[in-house]
Design a protein around this ligand. Structure first.
Ligand SMILES: NC(=O)C1=CN([C@@H]2O[C@H](COP(=O)(O)OP(=O)(O)OC[C@H]3O[C@@H](n4cnc5c(N)ncnc54)[C@H](OP(=O)(O)O)[C@@H]3O)[C@@H](O)[C@H]2O)C=CC1
Ligand SMILES: O=C(O)[C@@H]1CCC=N1
Length: 271
């Protein structure tokens, strides 16, 4: 499978890192980006071919991954429109951009899958929500799944509107986890642990708790109650969080992320 990336930034790098080790034999990765330095780094690290503009390798690709910022998508679609003669699968990972708008910008093209991955793809621990346009056949749907499954799990959606909630949960989600870890590490430092101790304790706790939930399948509120001894330390911590409205703030923040996804789609879809 020949995969071309348009945009070689943060998310593309995570996907390329995960895919690079998986594509053997006839497979190849090609990256288009205006930044020479970023291209050199990607070529050196992952052995990809590169170009600073859409070229024949893009036209010859089986899958074209659109990994530019949402605001850059219209311009990229204009450049790409005349290069889709081989009927490749167009796989967009942009937040907000709706399939109907991308299809229109590509001159009515319908072989489009919209996906929302996340950066743990870099270590093949990603999860991607995906939805296919009606013009996508079974083989291309499988190809899209193969690309994203190379870097983690996939979840197929039957309605495109659900991509915004997916963006709010897992697309942006790693940032919430890092934010929580920042707070845990700050607290550890303020209470006298050194930076490395705080980092190890916080990270292992996050990984361990997530794995415990995944492996036991027990509901997370039950797992939380098992940590919370009556009149003990966890009870003091959770009481403090509840008083500060932490849970409500997280729910509101995630709804803001989904709303921003919808808003981006509406704003940029006017073009
Ligand atoms: N980061 C994340 O965790 C996730 C991001 N996404 C989505 O992925 C997309 C990319 O995000 P991210 O990687 O963070 O963004 P980045 O800004 O890191 O990457 C985008 C890259 O595309 C380049 N670019 C701009 N115009 C063109 C063009 N015409 N042709 C080729 N390349 C171009 C940019 O160059 P320059 O900087 O010079 O403009 C930049 O290097 C976004 O649409 C985002 O919504 C989805 C899931 C998660
Ligand atoms: O912040 C963003 O808009 C992108 C989409 C999901 C994660 N990063």
């Amino acid at each position: 499978m020949k995969i071309a990336f348009i945009g070689g930034g943060n998310m593309a790098t995570a996907l390329i890192a995960g895919l690079a080790g998986q594509l053997t034999g006839a497979g190849s990765l090609h990256v288009v980006d205006p930044n020479a330095e970023a291209l050199e780094r990607l070529a050196a690290q992952y052995g990809v071919s590169t170009a600073n503009g859409i070229d024949v390798q893009v036209s010859g690709a089986d899958v074209i991954v659109l990994a530019v910022k949402p605001q850059q998508m219209r311009e990229v679609a204009d450049q790409l429109k005349a290069r889709l003669g081989n009927q490749p699968l167009v796989l967009s990972i942009a937040a907000g951009i709706r399939i109907k708008d991308l299809s229109r910008w590509l001159g009515g093209y319908t072989r489009i899958v919209r996906a929302m991955p996340n950066t743990p793809a870099l270590i093949a621990m990603g999860i991607t929500g995906m939805v296919a346009e009606s013009g996508v056949d079974a083989a291309q749907r499988e190809a899209a799944d193969k690309v994203m499954a190379a870097v983690g799990q996939t979840v197929w959606l039957d309605r495109e509107e659900l991509i915004d909630p997916v963006t709010a949960v897992s697309g942006s989600g790693p940032a919430y986890v890092f934010y929580f870890l920042e707070a845990m590490q700050q607290a550890a430092r303020e209470m006298g642990l050194d930076a490395e101790q705080g980092r190890r304790l916080a990270l292992a706790t996050f990984t361990g708790a997530a794995q415990l939930a995944a492996q036991t399948g027990d509901p997370v509120d039950v797992l939380r109650q098992r940590v919370t001894s009556k009149g003990g330390t966890t009870h003091a911590a959770i009481t403090s969080m509840e008083a500060a409205g932490v849970k409500e703030a997280i729910v509101a923040a995630m709804k803001a992320a989904a709303a921003r996804g919808r808003e981006l789609g509406e704003e940029l879809g006017k073009a």
